[in-house]
Write a protein that binds this ligand. Structure first.
Ligand SMILES: Cc1cc2nc3c(=O)[nH]c(=O)nc-3n(C[C@H](O)[C@H](O)[C@H](O)COP(=O)(O)OP(=O)(O)OC[C@H]3O[C@@H](n4cnc5c(N)ncnc54)[C@H](O)[C@@H]3O)c2cc1C
Length: 406
């Protein structure tokens, strides 16, 4: 990709939520390409350039990485401002912001990185010049992440990495991976883990695709065979990776409830129900109305809960379970909504070919069949939401342990 100009620095502005939301809405309406908006609304496959183009439009406006500190290239947005921004983007059917660079390794680098590491990588994260993936999980180390065994052995001014990472989303698009590797076997498994930045073009790396239930290649298994990584790519000290991983995981879950997308999806579900009503017997209609309002009540509660926790965290309070509660409530609601949507769409929902989603904008099918792509995407890919970022079972363990301790 060609070098990009540096956008003008802007002073942080006071946050008037209503005015800011209107500004974001207008920006999304004007700057998001109609083709990309149609893809998001219809649950079609988004290519890497769809994300990059949108992220760059945000960056040019000064709204990409805006929650980063000013010294790192951000605008010091508060949690509430970032939340309002994400919600409005989702309501306007913008692609989600891919978190591995801007929301994960970026904050790690400006918090724990050396001045040289910050200079080398932060600007390219903000301009989406460098695409990152997250190499944490491994075969045998998912929920129990600290059991990871991908080994990095020091050899002069390099580490030699051997092992494998599993479920690495978008590794096939990535220039860089931020990885957890084992540099030592300690008395506790959390010891001896190191946070390492790996250039994906290094000889010895193989990326094997994994196709998920929706029939699309999102994720991968990555193999390392004597991969030489400069020691200068360690973030923090050798063996300090677990502390950094915990910092990063807590950030990963801040906006996990993803209410903007659910509010937009609810609008689409209501349109499907309105269309279905014309052909429903009255009894079925009443059952559908009941189920729909139950989902609406859960969504309203989730929106309120998210506000509550954002206010708590903004005030420096943390009951230790907020992120887990939002993760469980949000991901399980998404699945329930997609199940209801599929049922409401009736027989048309069964007619789904993953190739339709990848065909993207060229999909010229009649409305019921076109909607089936959006529904099946949410229904099939949505199964992942209770797994990645920590499974529902593990989140419930965290909630129970904290409440029982209290
Ligand atoms: C689509 C997708 C994308 C992903 N992307 C990435 C990525 O980009 N980078 C990355 O590093 N990882 C990624 N992951 C991995 C994800 O974080 C793990 O799948 C997740 O942490 C669960 O680990 P596991 O798959 O090894 O399951 P396991 O940990 O083996 O769990 C199997 C089952 O056992 C249950 N279980 C495990 N431990 C307990 C316990 N203590 N108590 C009760 N139940 C338990 C789990 O809830 C689950 O039902 C992705 C996963 C998916 C599905």
């Amino acid at each position: 990709m060609s070098p990009l100009p540096t956008p003008p620095a802007a002073a942080p502005r006071p946050f008037d939520e209503a005015a800011f939301r209107a500004e974001v809405r207008a920006f999304v309406a004007a700057e998001l390409s109609p083709a990309t908006r149609r893809k998001v609304e219809n649950g079609l496959y988004l290519a890497k350039h769809d994300y990059v183009d949108w992220q760059r439009a945000l960056w040019r406006r000064g709204w990409f990485g805006a929650s980063w500190p000013g010294a790192a290239g951000g605008r010091d947005w508060s949690l509430r401002q970032e939340h309002a921004f994400l919600q409005e983007c989702a309501l306007g059917a913008a692609p989600m912001i891919i978190p591995y660079g801007v929301n994960m390794v970026g904050p790690v680098l400006y918090t724990f990185g050396t001045a040289e590491q910050q200079r080398r990588w932060l600007p390219d994260i903000l301009s989406s010049q460098t695409w990152w993936c997250q190499g944490y999980s491994e075969p045998g180390a998912g929920s129990d992440l600290a059991s990871l065994s991908t080994a990095a052995v020091k050899d002069g001014d390099h580490y030699v990495v051997n092992g494998s990472k599993l479920w690495t989303t978008e590794a096939h698009w990535a220039d860089m991976m931020h990885a957890l590797v084992r540099t030592e076997r300690g008395t506790r498994k959390q010891q001896g883990i190191t946070f390492l930045l790996i250039d994906m073009k290094t000889p010895g790396i193989t990326v094997e695709p994994i196709v998920t239930l929706d029939g699309v290649h999102h994720t991968n298994q990555v193999f390392f065979d004597h991969v030489r990584v400069p020691a200068a790519n360690v973030v923090g000290a050798e063996g300090d990776g677990w502390r950094i991983a915990k910092f990063l995981l807590s950030r990963e879950r801040t906006f996990i409830a993803d209410t903007g997308n659910k509010l937009r999806m609810m609008r689409q579900i209501r349109a499907t129900v309105a269309a279905a009503r014309a052909s429903q017997a009255p009894a079925q209609d009443a059952l559908m109305a009941d189920a729909l309002e139950e989902l609406q009540a859960r969504l309203t509660a989730l929106v309120e809960l998210e506000h509550f926790y954002l206010d708590e965290w903004s005030s420096g309070r943390d009951d230790g379970i907020g992120a887990s509660v939002l993760k469980v409530a949000g991901s399980e609601l998404l699945q329930a909504m997609s199940e209801f949507w599929r049922d409401a769409h009736g027989v048309h929902a069964a007619c789904y070919d993953p190739a339709d989603r990848v065909a993207g904008d060229g999909l010229a099918a009649a409305e019921p069949w076109r909607q089936a792509a959006a529904i099946n995407y949410q229904y099939l890919y949505g199964r992942c939401w209770t797994v990645f970022g920590g499974t529902s079972e593990v989140q419930r363990n965290i909630i129970a342990a904290q409440l029982l301790r209290a």
